[in-house]
Design a protein around this ligand. Structure first.
Ligand SMILES: CC/C=C\C/C=C\C/C=C\CCCC(=O)SCCNC(=O)CCNC(=O)[C@H](O)C(C)(C)COP(=O)(O)OP(=O)(O)OC[C@H]1O[C@@H](n2cnc3c(N)ncnc32)[C@H](O)[C@@H]1OP(=O)(O)O
Ligand code: FAD
Length: 647
């Protein structure tokens, strides 16, 4: 590959960008100093020869992939420890390096230690007493033990009250006896459970004095700390009394049970991971859209005008319509995720002082934001893949693997439909409160004002779109509430009525979440614009407008159903969408440059900063062992005899 050459199209794109991409980078990182720290941190890991790929892992066996992953995870851990010793890394960096964008670039096939940091340690922090934290956290933090989070069983993932593993307290020995007596009670899915972890937080039904107290977390040793041989299987495994995490519900030594202030505090780790997923989904989407945007600026194909040369495919408006909403969606999820993270931290400290009031609202928002961000990021990444034509299908483009990682988010940590139904539960109560004149929590305040007016004359502004989306959400919430109550009045019992109305409940929940995202995104941009250059402010505003217009236009049916919008208004919206695509076009490459994703994290010949797409693609395929010899042995073994026999 020619060294130090920059693709001419990308050079031109960079010249025409109206703002300085560095300003966007600093904004996203939280300042120039933070950007420098991040870049140094990335360099520290990515420049390590032991961590860089010698050959793409696609060509390794399953076993080799696992062994490579463990080796790299250990190197990464030692390097994080070095950073820690220099005061340059904390828990957040562990998550970034071991789970986030940087981690997934180093550990392309998954991180055997991911669950240790993302769930094992957070569960001990959130569910353990001070003494238990003191005992376990430092061991876990220093990797003297390796943990995972074992909740899901072969028979149950969603319905955790149905888990079959039991933990029965034996006051005679002051131990719990754990049992997974059936095939369906096997712990199934926990990351690292197979070969890596030697401890787990096991979620089991607690029995004491003959009474079942529901699910609780227990620390269980899985493997010998020296030999790593598995401990005897899950039949009557005894663990000491203080291995039950007892910050919330507790069993006293005599076997009496002390209830938690809320049984849902046991579900705290799940809220934490859902909150983290929103940011993670956004980051994966920005990686995909960086690849597809740079590629679309370099790739020339077909004609717009017969008389002109083949254009960059980014000049096709349909291509812009595929990619620019993904750029905007990244920002929308980024700001909503940041908002949710703040709320999570505030509510968590309230919980520490015994205030539980805001937990239901946090749960309702975390559920729908996790569901919508995972689904939208997955769909956006797939759109980016398709936008790269055949080359997007290649594994080396990194788009299929990125899609694979994000589509898993739709299922894990609460399957999306199930989570949207949790939010719907909250919305049904909120609507009832609204009808009864009861106070509403901040995220559903809009129900009151929308209930009073279903009108609103079109004007070209994001606040009008927010009001329209709130109208749609309130309309859907009202419809679902009414339909469910009609059924109940006709004698259907409330559980069946819920199930029969669940399509509308899910739709109401999604609409509520989309309205929340647009509003949060808009408020964030409004706050940022005065503090950045006029050019960057304009670009950020255009992206926000695009997200709002595009989201509303994707819901034309709902808009017609729940508002007094006219067909003329819809045409105005369509024109606005097209104007925004044209306005964003000159800045598209500048925006993805502003994301400042290191080429080693991009890991795609289609999306590197220099735009040498074809040279890099060629170099990539030449790494395949299949291309090492001109004739593969299978020709002599199988094809040749077959060809001969036909003669
Ligand atoms: C993260 C990326 C970074 C790195 C990646 C590296 C590795 C990560 C890879 C994978 C990680 C994935 C790990 C997992 O998947 S762990 C397993 C996760 N499992 C789940 O999420 C299970 C989903 N199920 C549930 O959450 C619940 O069972 C339920 C669906 C919510 C139903 O529970 P149930 O007890 O039956 O409750 P309900 O009767 O429906 O509701 C009772 C009451 O409680 C409220 N509620 C429910 N959940 C919570 C909560 N978490 N917090 C607060 N309140 C909650 C619910 O709203 C209801 O309230 P009411 O007032 O209406 O009664
Ligand atoms: C990559 C990956 C990693 C994972 N890591 C872990 C881990 O580390 N630790 C761990 O404990 N678990 C882990 N899991 C398990 C994960 O949390 C569960 O798979 C998830 O919660 C969904 O549960 P399920 O598989 O039982 O799906 P199911 O609940 O069986 O879902 C199947 C279908 O049934 C529907 N459905 C179920 N219940 C309802 C309902 N009440 N209303 C309407 N529809 C419903 C769903 O919408 C879905 O369409 C992981 C899963 C994956 C895919």
């Amino acid at each position: 590959m020619p060294a130090n050459t920059m693709n001419e199209d990308l050079k031109r794109e960079r010249q025409r960008c109206s703002f300085d991409p560095k300003e966007l980078t600093y904004l996203l990182d939280g300042g120039e100093e933070k950007t420098e720290e991040r870049r140094q941190r990335e360099k520290f890991f990515l420049d390590d020869p032991e961590l860089s790929e010698t050959a793409p892992s696609d060509y390794l066996s399953h076993k080799e992939k696992y062994e490579h992953a463990v080796k790299k995870a250990c190197i990464v851990f030692k390097k994080v420890q070095q950073l820690q010793a220099q005061g340059k890394a904390g828990m957040q960096n562990f998550r970034e390096v071991l789970g986030g964008q940087l981690g997934s670039a180093i550990l392309r096939d998954g991180n055997p230690l991911g669950l240790h940091y993302v769930m094992f340690i957070p569960t001990i922090m959130g569910q353990g007493t001070i003494e238990q934290q003191a005992e376990w956290i430092s061991k876990a933090w220093n990797l003297e033990i390796i943990g995972t989070y074992a909740q899901t069983e072969l028979g149950h993932g969603t319905f955790i009250r149905g888990l079959e593993t039991t933990a029965t307290y034996d006051p005679a020995t002051e131990e719990f006896v754990l049992n997974s007596p059936t095939l369906t009670s096997y712990k199934w899915w926990p990351g690292g459970l197979g070969h890596t972890a030697n401890y787990a937080v096991v979620v089991a039904q607690l029995y004491s004095q003959g009474i079942c107290h529901g699910i609780h977390p227990f620390i269980v040793q899985l493997r010998d700390e020296e030999t790593h041989l598995p401990m005897p299987g899950f039949e009557n495994v005894r663990i000491p009394w203080n291995y039950m995490l007892m910050k919330n519900g507790k069993v006293l030594k005599d076997g009496s049970y002390v209830k938690s202030p809320s049984s849902k505090l046991t579900y705290g780790t799940m809220i934490f991971v859902r909150v983290v997923i929103v940011q993670d989904a956004a980051n994966y989407l920005r990686k995909a859209v960086t690849i597809a945007t740079r590629y679309s600026a370099v790739r020339h194909q077909s004609h717009i005008k017969e008389s002109a040369p083949e254009p960059q495919i980014l000049d096709f408006v349909t291509q812009q319509h595929k990619l620019f909403p993904q750029l905007a969606t990244y920002f929308a999820l980024h700001y909503s995720g940041a908002w949710l993270w703040d709320m999570y931290n505030n509510v968590t400290s309230e919980l520490e002082s015994g205030e539980l009031d805001r937990l239901p609202e946090l749960h309702a928002l975390a559920c729908c934001l996790k569901a919508v961000s995972a689904a939208d990021a997955a769909q956006g990444i797939e759109t980016c893949r398709l936008a790269c034509g055949g080359h997007g299908y290649m594994s080396c483009s990194s788009l299929p693997i990125t899609y694979g990682l994000v589509t898993a988010m739709v299922t894990y940590e609460g399957e999306n439909t199930v989570l949207l139904l949790q939010t719907a539960r909250y919305l049904m109560k909120a609507w009832q409160n609204c009808l009864d004149g009861q106070p509403l929590t901040p995220s559903v305040q809009y129900l009151n004002s929308v209930r009073r007016s279903f009108g609103g004359v079109y004007h070209k502004s994001v606040p009008w779109i927010i009001a329209s989306m709130q109208r749609i959400a309130a309309g859907k919430i009202e419809t679902a509430h009414r339909h469910m109550n009609d059924k109940i009045k006709r004698g259907v019992n409330s559980e069946d009525a819920w199930n029969e109305t669940s399509i509308e409940l899910v739709a109401a929940s999604e609409a509520h979440c989309k309205a929340f995202i647009v509003e949060t995104y808009y408020n964030s941009v409004q706050q940022i614009v005065p503090s950045v250059s006029q050019q960057l402010g304009k670009a950020l505003t255009e992206l926000c407008e695009l997200y709002a217009v595009n989201t509303l236009l994707k819901n034309i049916g709902d808009l017609l159903r729940y508002s007094n919008v006219t067909t003329g208004d819809l045409e105005n919206l369509q024109r606005w969408l097209e104007e925004l695509l044209a306005a964003i076009r000159p800045n598209a490459v500048g925006i993805v440059d502003g994301f400042d994703i290191n080429d080693a994290i991009i890991a795609s010949p289609l999306g590197a900063y220099d735009g040498n797409v074809y040279e890099r693609l060629f170099a990539e395929v030449s790494k395949s062992p299949l291309n090492a010899k001109p004739v593969n042995e299978s020709f002599h073994k199988y094809l040749k005899p077959l060809l001969k026999s036909k003669m």
